[in-house]
Design a protein around this ligand. Structure first.
Ligand code: KIV
Ligand code: ZN
Length: 560
């Protein structure tokens, strides 16, 4: 049995299936680089057959992050030739590529979704694993909905998958139905009863519908699984996937109990978590284990007293172990050198250009706020690194509001054509007024579905941190883009696309405007990408006229 548990991170595939967690190609690459720093064994980079954008992102990650010393780069493929071929073309540039193919095995899926008999599914699985193995020496097979499948049929399927060349067998609890005792027993039975199981890696893949995803995964490890599929912050479909940080820290903190560890650099956990929440806009709850804001805060007097005397009195892990540092305070007199050194200490290696921008923003903040601590700096840098490519740039925001005034906002925005446009709007409050003014200039219909604001630190001069989500009106599959297929490959669902935006500023109205511009820019970029994908089937003359809008010809707002 292998002496360590492989961490298979699926933040970029299953995690991205969380509502609103859609990431752009560059964002996926950034997350993949961080996952490599974190030391995950396998990155599931996406589902290449889903869309051109997905294929490109997986391929880019394979080429840049999939080095010989780097992680295995896996792509997901349904059990059909087209998906498997598409997956292979995307991942084969990696030094260590993997094809991960899947097919349902539960009667409920076979009958109602796939309309196949057990025999037909078994034959297909054998053929497709053989085909995948003819392309790639590393093949993972997942019997989807394994935990609701007839165990005897499941063992038969797994035996065939091994005979046809699968090197990893993943056992998905697709609907999060199992209890830890049942899941552990299932893994044990597979290890003991499936011929050849000792020659392959058995993997867990647990969803959190009943809150058991981490417990089930660990029960799997105790019973012989040596790969765990998980996501940063536990993001994923519905209630999410098993949280990587919880699995890793359980195996780390209770190593004697589990008897196996991982190859993860735990000091990169906090940074990975922050990056994923900044990019997806999905903030973990404050009391979330390991990475929640309160996970290492001690509120009661008795606990604080004990911690001061000896941290071990009430702490089973040190915050530094996950890279959550004690705060160092910088002020407006801190120099560029100290700033760069401190950023390196926090795990950021910025280019000269990035450092210049970050330092200017830090100085600006230090002018407004007496003490700038690590939380401010991390928020500042994450915000700088994760703002989408600016299509529309906010030049100025001005509001007037109060008990007797009608909230009114004026905005000046620079469009993708370089022209500055100005417009005003009135709303129920200052944020509403700003958003209406921006809408008048940009002219992109959308619905605001979430708005949240929090202070990054204590104190009246704290930086405001705004996260918003918008939905693009009239999306779904109207564009006929393959990218609209869901993870299981079905097209046709009228899913609206959600885009998140994030902004920080000492002025919360400005922070709200930055967040909105970020979300709008993502929406526009996604639309451009869809048009680009479609352009192969459109000629210039039959291209939709509105496409021009997205390349800068706004007809809205007053030009300056
Ligand atoms: O949950 C699931 O069944 C999956 C498979 C595609 C592995 O994500
Ligand atoms: Zn899943």
């Amino acid at each position: 049995m292998e002496d360590h548990v492989k961490i298979f991170d699926t933040t970029l595939r299953d995690g991205e299936q969380s509502p609103g967690a859609t990431m752009t190609g560059p964002e996926k690459l950034e997350v993949a680089k961080q996952l490599a720093r974190l030391g995950v064994d396998i990155i599931e980079a996406g589902f290449p057959a889903a869309s051109t954008g997905d294929w490109e992102a997986v391929n880019l990650i394979a080429r840049t992050v999939g080095t010989a010393e780097g992680p295995v780069i896996a792509g997901l493929a349904r059990a059909n030739r087209t998906d498997i071929e598409r997956c292979w073309t995307a991942v084969k540039a990696a030094a260590n590529p993997r094809i991960h193919t899947f097919m349902s095995t539960s009667d409920i899926h076979l009958e109602h979704q796939f309309r196949k008999s057990r025999g037909e599914a078994l034959e297909l699985i054998g053929e497709m694993v053989t085909f995948a193995r003819s392309l790639c020496s590393d093949v993972e097979f997942s019997p989807m909905d394994a935990t609701r499948s007839d165990p005897e049929y499941l063992y038969e399927v797994l035996k065939v998958a091994i005979e046809c060349g699968a090197t990893t067998l993943n056992i998905p609890d697709t609907v999060g139905y199992m209890t830890p005792e049942e899941y552990g027993m299932l893994i044990r039975n597979i290890v003991e009863r499936v011929p050849g199981a000792d020659k392959v890696t058995i993997s867990t893949h647990c969803h959190d519908d009943l809150g058991f995803a981490v417990a089930n995964s660990l029960a799997g490890v105790l019973n012989g699984a040596r790969q765990v599929e998980c996501t940063i912050n536990g993001i994923g479909e519905r209630a999410g996937n098993a949280a990587l940080e919880e699995i890793v820290m359980a195996l780390h903190t209770r190593q004697q109990f589990y008897g196996v560890g991982t190859r993860i650099d735990t000091t990169q956990i906090a940074r990975s978590s922050r990056m994923v929440s900044a990019i997806t806009g999905i903030q973990p709850q404050p009391n979330k284990a390991i990475i929640g804001a309160n996970a290492f805060s001690h509120e009661s007097g008795i606990h604080q007293d004990g911690i001061l005397k000896n941290p071990l009195t009430y702490e089973i892990m040190r915050p530094e172990t996950i890279g959550k540092d004690s705060s160092l305070v910088l002020g407006k007199h801190s120099g560029r050198h100290a700033f760069r050194k401190h950023l390196e200490h926090l795990g950021y290696n910025l280019t000269d250009g990035e450092l210049q921008t970050a330092f200017a923003r830090f100085k600006d903040l230090a002018d407004k706020k007496k003490l700038v601590d690590d939380r401010d700096i991390v928020a500042l840098i994450d915000d700088q690194l994760h703002q989408p490519a600016p299509i529309w740039v906010q030049e100025q925001v001005q509001v007037s509001c109060g008990t007797t005034a009608i909230p009114t906002a004026t905005v000046r925005l620079r469009g993708p054509d370089g022209v500055i446009r100005t417009d005003s709007g009135q709303g129920t409050g200052p944020v509403d007024a700003v958003y209406r003014a921006i809408n008048r200039v940009v002219g992109q219909p959308n619905v605001l579905t979430e708005f949240s604001i929090k202070a990054i630190t204590e104190g009246i001069d704290a930086v405001g941190d705004v996260t918003i989500r918008i939905e693009e009106e009239g999306t779904g599959n109207a564009d006929g883009n393959a990218g609209d297929r869901d993870a299981y490959g079905d097209s046709g669902a009228q899913r609206s696309r959600t885009y998140t935006g994030h902004g920080i500023h000492t002025d919360i109205i400005v922070a709200a405007a930055i967040a909105y511009m970020g979300a709008l820019n993502k929406l526009i970029a996604a639309r451009q990408e869809r048009l680009r994908t479609r352009s192969s089937t459109y000629t210039q003359s039959n291209a939709p006229a509105y496409a021009m809008d997205w390349f800068g010809n706004s007809t809205h707002g007053r030009e300056e």
